[in-house]
Design a protein around this ligand. Structure first.
Ligand SMILES: Cc1cc2nc3c(=O)[nH]c(=O)nc-3n(C[C@H](O)[C@H](O)[C@H](O)COP(=O)(O)O)c2cc1C
Length: 330
């Protein structure tokens, strides 16, 4: 079973950290849908230290979300260490995760995120410095390398282990790939063989069957799911159930999706107020209704409104329209 330091998960299914997505509203839903571990969206070390109000809010962890991993990023040892101390001493998070995978130029150009993947010594130094000053277990999330010519996942994971890191999550893509191509799961297997700390495999797990295959073919201790859970927390629940029983639960019907979508919206409103929540929810609405006939028309309508009640009305009339069509088809 997946255990990171003293933190034991009830199953190996991990919700990936996703910026702009993994706030307490969605994380709690992911937890209610059975995820063994939820990861928060990344927070900048400097923003924590400058006490940026928005970033400090990102450190809030609801008791019901636990166990939870809170991810920080930064390019400078001093600020990273100080920010880790804040997370250690002042938050309810169970695990401190360091981002070594973020590919976007805004992050890599300040030597943070995936930039470290070129330098196992730097990884050792940074992780050791953080481990030294905190009590919570420290983990690292990394891509497999910077580019095809520099795939140092094994050496980098060994550096994390030597430095006292308690687990490593590996996304089987390089930084240069961004989200192109398919994730290489064999590198996850190689990392698992090379270290004694838990390894969490990540990349392109789109179905519960994929999750099982990743765990079986790589030997990984956990499976991390990102995009497949967007607008689809059922993916987490179905994966947990499939891994435990071999049974594949049915996909949710539209009404169930909209019920959860509105719960998600209401939790976001509690967190950020209606104005911000409604705007942020637009991308989620698109994900919740993706693939359903007529979804793009509904998406356009939802994007025009700023009121929770109107959005709710639009979505439930869509449900009724679809249910009526299904009745006719029967
Ligand atoms: C919208 C979005 C935001 C992301 N934000 C983060 C982040 O804050 N920290 C991080 O380590 N990875 C981040 N990622 C990468 C994911 O955690 C994950 O590694 C990647 O999506 C591959 O997994 P998947 O194929 O299951 O989506 C993000 C991915 C997406 C799609």
């Amino acid at each position: 079973m997946l255990k990171i330091g003293d933190v034991a998960m009830k199953n190996p299914v991990v919700l990936a950290p996703m910026a702009g997505v993994c706030n307490p509203a969605f994380r709690l839903i992911a937890k209610e849908f059975g995820a063994g571990l939820v990861c928060a969206e990344m927070v900048s070390d400097k923003a924590i230290l400058y006490k940026n109000e928005k970033s400090l809010k990102m450190l809030f962890v609801d008791e019901r979300e636990k166990p939870l991993s809170l991810q920080i990023f930064g390019g400078d040892k001093k600020t990273l260490v100080e920010a880790a101390k804040v997370v250690d001493e002042q938050t309810n998070a169970d695990i401190i995760d360091i981002n070594m995978g973020c590919p976007v130029p805004k992050i890599t150009k300040c030597d943070a995120g995936a930039k470290w993947l070129l330098d196992p010594d730097k990884i050792y130094e940074m992780v050791a410095a953080v481990v030294d000053v905190v009590k919570k277990p420290v983990t690292v999330k990394m891509r497999m390398g910077w580019d095809e010519q520099h795939i140092y996942a094994v050496r980098n994971a060994q550096a994390v282990e030597r430095a006292g890191g308690k687990a490593v999550a590996v996304h089987g893509r390089t930084r240069v790939q961004m989200y192109e191509g398919t994730a290489d799961w064999d590198i996850i297997r190689q990392v698992k063989e090379a270290v004694n700390i838990p390894v969490i495999g990540n990349g392109d797990v789109k179905t519960p069957q994929d999750a099982k295959r990743l765990l079986e073919t790589t030997g990984a201790d956990g499976v991390m799911i990102g995009r497949a859970a967007l607008g689809n927390p059922w993916m987490l629940y179905r994966t947990v159930q499939f891994l435990e029983t071999g049974e594949l639960a049915p996909e949710p019907v539209l009404r169930e999706k909209i019920d959860v979508c509105i719960l998600h919206l209401d939790r976001l409103i509690d967190l950020k107020g209606e104005n911000v929540a409604v705007r942020e929810m637009r991308k989620h609405v698109a994900w919740y209704i993706k693939g359903i006939k007529g979804a793009s028309k509904i998406k356009d309508q939802v994007n025009q409104f700023d009121s929770r009640n109107v959005i709710k009305e639009v979505l439930y009339s869509f449900v009724e329209e679809i249910e009526a069509l299904e009745l006719v088809a029967k």
